[in-house]
Ligand binder design. Structure first.
Ligand code: BGC
Length: 276
């Protein structure tokens, strides 16, 4: 059985669990710790370290994947909307790997959730383009074509009718503005019809905590594209982080030179000597 540890950093909680990658399920109960009120990388990494330590016996040297609510380009965070601004320009992968003293893969939270839904959840077996959106504090997006992720799409920040889309249509906007499901559905309609006109996907999957209540808003949406609630919900980020960590480790070892230039020079010299 192959395992990896997935950890999902959110605005209110940091959650982690070892993941059984064949089944796409937690291999042990997840642990949740509140996100520090001052959500700087230095404060958050301490919580992540606590979670890693608590599963140390189960995971051994298995890969560790961590999600953050921000794009992550080759391990670096170019911008962040909903956590402390100290994350901006942080070499997050290096920082976390150094602090935890083991290789850590850092990925966008919605990308992780999307990969998990495509591999094990609501979009399993779907061909073509799937857009997974997470409705929470912000709006996260994952665009996946025939199982291949296009990372860091940030479609929550599309400008629609002059607004940053997530400010109008995230679940937090519903709470903040005390919108009824009917009122909020109008915002979601505008959001998803815009995505549809830009991407013509084959399927939308809607995740985030509020997807539990999807029967109160998804039936109100009139779209050409099927739109379904996420299946893995709260666990999608953790499971996807684990999957992406394993893929990153495999990619790193495929890239690593197995035969160095020095080895080749040495072998050539030995052969020449033998031939002379
Ligand atoms: C961030 C995304 C993130 C989403 C959901 C947005 O504000 O920019 O990176 O995926 O929130 O957390």
């Amino acid at each position: 059985m192959s395992y990896a540890l997935g950890i999902d950093i959110g605005g209110s909680g940091v959650k982690g669990a070892p993941v059984d990658l064949e089944a796409g399920e937690f291999a042990a109960d997840r642990l949740r710790i509140d996100t520090p009120a001052k959500s700087t990388p230095a404060n958050v990494v301490k919580v992540v370290a606590e979670i890693v330590a608590s599963f140390a016996d189960t995971i051994g040297d298995a890969p560790v994947g961590v999600t953050i609510p921000a794009p992550v380009r080759h391990g670096v965070v170019p911008m962040i909307a909903n956590l402390d601004k100290k994350w901006v320009n942080l070499e997050a992968e290096k920082f976390f790997s150094d602090e935890l003293q083991r290789p850590v893969t850092i990925v966008n939270d919605a990308d992780a959730a999307g990969v998990a839904e495509v591999r094990y959840g609501a979009a399993k077996g779907q061909r073509g383009v799937v857009i997974v959106t997470t409705l929470g504090t912000g709006i996260g997006s994952a665009v996946i074509n025939d199982g291949v992720l296009l990372p860091n799409t940030e479609l929550g920040h599309l400008e629609i009718d002059g607004f940053d889309a997530e400010k109008r249509a995230a679940a937090s906007a519903k709470t903040r503005e005390e919108l009824s499901y009917k009122e909020w559905s109008k915002r979601l309609q505008r959001y998803y019809e815009t995505l549809e006109q830009l991407f013509w996907p084959d399927l939308f999957v809607v995740g985030g905590g509020v997807s539990k209540q999807s029967d109160k808003f998804l039936p109100n949406l009139v779209l050409n594209t099927p739109i379904v609630p996420a299946k893995l919900r709260n666990s999608a980020g953790i499971i996807g982080a684990a999957v992406l960590a394993v893929e990153a480790v495999a990619a790193r070892s495929a890239d690593a030179p197995t035969h160095s230039h020095e080895d080749a020079v040495h072998e050539e010299a030995v052969q020449e000597e033998a031939a002379s």
